[in-house]
Unconditional design. Structure first.
Length: 207
């Protein structure tokens, strides 16, 4: 399908975690169909398999495939869990950049950086805190340009600086961030920044 040709080409650059032999299902199609399934509301490996099974004939016609059945849920799990997260993120960023370049208009670029905690990502069994992700959202084109996971011992401040540098934002782009980024010393940790802000408040009140 022409609408997905560029995305398939980009997904083909993601390293395949499987061995060279026995690849019945090509990685770009597996990734694309998994994405379509998740967008449609599927939230499990079995759900992805069900989506492919239900739409298999239509997918075969649209993408020139001859799949007789969907991959097993164990195969989907093995493929998705074996992917390099950095390579997948890079692929999504390249695709988003292509869409952004095609849709943006001169003088209207605006990007909002916002951090969110992912629901259900807390892992009590492995004593793992909930994942916190910072996203770059192009408000003029309604596209998510990039994500970056924030480490447990870090904060949004250095993550935002690194993300903007990686995206190569143009000088005339309007960037909006939360108030916590309004610091004279951006490298200051959130705890120290809070203490400093409290100290300034107390000083003002005393005056």
């Amino acid at each position: 399908m022409a609408a997905f040709s560029s995305l398939l080409d980009i997904l083909a650059e993601v390293p395949d975690p499987r061995r060279a032999e026995g690849k019945l299902y090509k990685l770009p199609q597996v990734l694309l169909f998994s994405i379509l399934a998740i967008i449609s509301g599927c939230n499990s490996y079995r759900g992805i398999v069900t989506f492919i099974d239900v739409h298999r004939r239509r997918l075969n016609r649209s993408f020139g495939l001859k799949w007789r059945r969907a991959p097993s849920h164990t195969a989907i799990r093995y493929i998705l869990q074996g992917l390099d997260p950095g390579a997948v993120e890079a692929a999504f960023r390249r695709h988003a950049a292509l869409l952004q370049a095609a849709r943006t208009k001169p003088g209207t670029a605006s990007i909002a950086l916002d951090g969110k905690t992912l629901r259900g990502s807390f892992d009590r069994f492995h004593d793992r805190a909930a994942a916190h992700v910072l996203s770059a959202f192009a408000t003029d084109t309604k596209l998510v340009l990039a994500h970056v996971e924030i480490g447990e011992k870090s904060s949004e401040i250095p993550a935002a600086q690194a993300l903007l540098a990686e995206l190569g934002i143009a000088k005339d782009t309007l960037v909006t961030l939360d108030a916590l980024h309004c610091q004279k010393k951006p490298s200051t940790s959130p705890k120290r920044a809070t203490s400093a802000s409290s100290s300034r408040s107390r000083t003002i009140n005393r005056r």
